[in-house]
Design a protein around this ligand. Structure first.
Ligand SMILES: [Fe+2]
Length: 215
């Protein structure tokens, strides 16, 4: 039982820290995407949109907390299949929770909650239509969710290549840029390139903390 509790605490801790970094990076990119965001979410000003993007990114993986911690322990092929299926459903599970409890939780208006909901449901969609859960493509992916997707990938790649393998941030940035028209829209890559120096500075501040967690 202790092992299970430790696993669950580990998941909770890593999702929280990942989500905080994703939110910080998404807010940096949102500055460069503001004209498009405002066109998509009529009625929200730049400050409100920034706050909504931050909130959505902080909660983007909330669906991972609504399945039994037992799925974290998989020893048979069937259990592993079940674990993967439950993890894959986290966008829909999270969206249901945001729809049910979001307004009471955030106390914000409909447009603000639409940004949050879009991020939660669509942060695994890809530009080429090969993402999840609905296979949205191109301009059908809400910009706020698309920004979250890139920020989340950036965080995972930084962890893998910089923290574990000692590569430079620039290496990770080039990997992201190489995914233009595949995972990410050319427009999103433009916002990312514009924000790149600020993102590099942000990760410099996170480096020691992330390295200690990995040690
Ligand atoms: Fe996710």
């Amino acid at each position: 039982m202790n092992a299970l509790l430790e696993l669950y605490n580990e998941l909770a801790g890593s999702v929280k820290q990942h989500s905080q970094r994703v939110a910080a990076c998404a807010v940096i990119m949102a500055k460069y995407a503001m004209a498009d965001l405002q066109a998509e979410y009529d009625g929200l000003n730049a400050k409100e949109l920034t706050e909504a993007v931050r909130a959505g990114c902080l909660y983007h993986d909330v669906g991972k907390f609504f399945f039994s911690p037992m799925v974290l322990i998989s020893s048979t092929a069937a259990e592993e299949k079940n674990r993967i299926a439950m993890l894959r459903s986290h966008t829909k599970d999270g969206y249901e929770q945001i729809k049910k409890h979001g307004k009471a939780c955030f106390g914000k208006d409909k447009q603000f909650m639409q940004v949050v909901a879009d991020i939660v449901i669509s942060h695994h969609e890809q530009y080429n239509g090969e993402g999840e859960p609905y296979g949205l493509s191109g301009e059908d992916i809400p910009s706020a969710a698309h920004i979250c997707a890139l920020a989340s990938k950036l965080d995972s790649l930084f962890d893998t290549f910089v923290i574990k393998c000692g590569d430079k941030f620039e290496f990770v940035a080039k990997l992201i840029e190489s995914q233009s028209k595949r995972c990410y829209s050319p427009k999103l890559i433009e916002w990312f390139v514009s924000a790149e120096k600020e993102l590099a500075v942000f990760y410099l501040t996170q480096y020691e903390n992330m390295r200690c967690l990995r040690a």
